[in-house]
Design a protein around this ligand. Structure first.
Ligand code: TRP
Length: 428
């Protein structure tokens, strides 16, 4: 079975804080380790340009976020971890989608509407200070998702509308040009807590109440000391209900540790002591990652290399897929008239699958390119039906290779296989 593709983007517009870690980074990394999923994580730096016009901040945030994800345990061998702006196919797809996206759909986007409402309330021109970038944001996001035909997109609730819009654009494109895109679904984590910040409201950059995930130990301690509490004295029983300190602790502690702190609250633990307990607990989880983080921040070239390798992996999918989309919309080689039908009439050689049975009684297939070069050699299947199924899975999606436990033949690459499959589809 072809695996499920999961994709999510992180806008490079800030410094990761504990709320990001608990709410997004930690669950995403855990999910990336489950089998049967192919994960794509990317730094959404084109998106950051919508909000930020300070180049140094964009660069700094990109570095910090890349270092954070790696330090927190994301395995770039296992997932595809890349920087959006390294994939030139994404802005190209953005344009294709722009041309099938109703303007009215974008008029209804929450983020755009909120800006317009604010201007109207202030008696300004409705579009005052609204860039076309903000207006087009949902199209860029749709391109991020559809480029990799992601099935599931883990996002916060505020992003659900964007996923629905991506489905809409995918459906419009498919309707006009044939089935090219999977319709993605939002994946909302119901179980993870939203972390309160220093003032008890949701931890968020816009409230300026955050604790940076990799604040140095001393700063972490100071920030935790500043978490808002009530004025109950040492010895007085304390309420866990509504206690930001308790909620943050819970996001890091085991159930047993949580029970113990609950008891300590009832027994009248002093706030200063409770803060010390929280500090030690968080530092215990963060300290080893912080060390990796700091080392990576001292060696940006390691992250740069890693992101470039990730981009190469992503483009092995994006480049052939974009070639197919260009052809679908009519951006074609002028020598191949009538959509390549002429070439077919002339019986130009094509890549092909060859099925056969060996003396061991098993059924095999190989895949050869137009010149007869071996691209793929299967292992034995019990029945011709099984071999046929594997071939069909590949014909649909070169990404099925891993799931079928097939590797390119010597001297061939995944890209060669994807390219040959594409030629076959184009000729069909
Ligand atoms: N817009 C998302 C956010 O602000 C980030 C993002 C950009 C994204 N492209 C994406 C998330 C594609 C998921 C899929 O959180």
């Amino acid at each position: 079975m072809p695996s499920i593709r999961v994709l999510t983007g992180i806008t490079t517009s800030g410094t990761p804080h504990l709320g990001n870690y608990v709410g997004a980074i930690r669950p995403a990394i855990a999910a990336s380790r489950t089998s049967g999923v192919e994960s794509f994580y990317f730094l959404a730096d084109y998106h950051a340009l919508i909000k930020i016009d300070e180049p140094a901040r964009i660069q700094r945030s990109t570095l910090e976020i890349a270092a954070t994800w790696i330090a927190a345990g994301l395995d770039p061998e296992r997932v595809t971890f890349y920087r959006q702006s390294d994939i030139p196919e994404i802005p190209e797809l953005t344009w294709f989608l722009t041309c099938v996206c109703g303007k009215g759909l974008l008029n209804r986007a929450h983020a755009y509407k909120a800006s317009v409402d604010k201007n109207n309330a202030a008696n300004l021109d409705p579009d005052a200070d609204v860039t076309a970038g903000l207006f087009m944001y949902p199209v860029l996001m749709a391109a991020d998702i559809l480029m990799f035909n992601a099935h599931r997109v883990p996002v916060g609730r505020d992003q659900i509308q964007h996923i629905e819009m991506a489905r809409d654009m995918a459906a419009s494109f498919n309707h006009r040009y044939g089935e090219h895109f999977v319709l993605p679904e939002a994946d909302i984590e119901e179980t993870v807590a939203t972390l309160p910040g220093l003032d008890g409201r949701k931890m968020s950059k816009s409230y300026d109440n955050t604790i940076p995930l990799f604040a140095p130990r001393e700063q972490l301690k100071k920030l935790i000391a500043g978490i808002k509490t009530d004025s109950r004295a040492p010895g007085e029983p304390k309420d866990t209900e509504g206690s930001a300190l308790f909620q943050i602790y819970q996001a890091f502690a085991t159930p047993d540790e949580t029970v113990a702190l609950r008891q300590a609250y009832a027994d009248g633990i002093a706030w200063a002591e409770a803060k010390q307990v929280l500090f030690e607990r968080i530092d215990h989880e963060i300290a080893p990652m912080r060390e990796t983080y700091e080392a990576l921040m001292r060696h940006p070239e390691r992250l740069e290399d890693l992101l470039r390798a990730g981009a190469a992996k992503a483009r092995a999918i994006a480049t052939p897929f974009t070639a197919k989309l260009r052809h679908a919309v009519g951006l074609r080689d002028l020598r191949a008239q009538d959509g390549g039908k002429q070439a077919k009439a002339a019986k130009v050689a094509l890549p092909s699958f060859k099925q056969y049975r060996e003396s061991d009684g098993q059924f095999y297939f190989k895949f050869v390119d137009a010149q007869g070069r071996l691209l793929l050699q299967s292992a034995g299947y019990a029945s011709p039906k099984d071999a046929g199924q594997a071939i069909r899975a590949l014909q649909q999606d070169a990404g099925a290779l891993a799931g079928l436990q097939l590797a390119p033949a010597e001297g061939a690459s995944r890209e060669d296989i994807a390219h040959a499959l594409q030629l076959l589809r184009d000729a069909a």
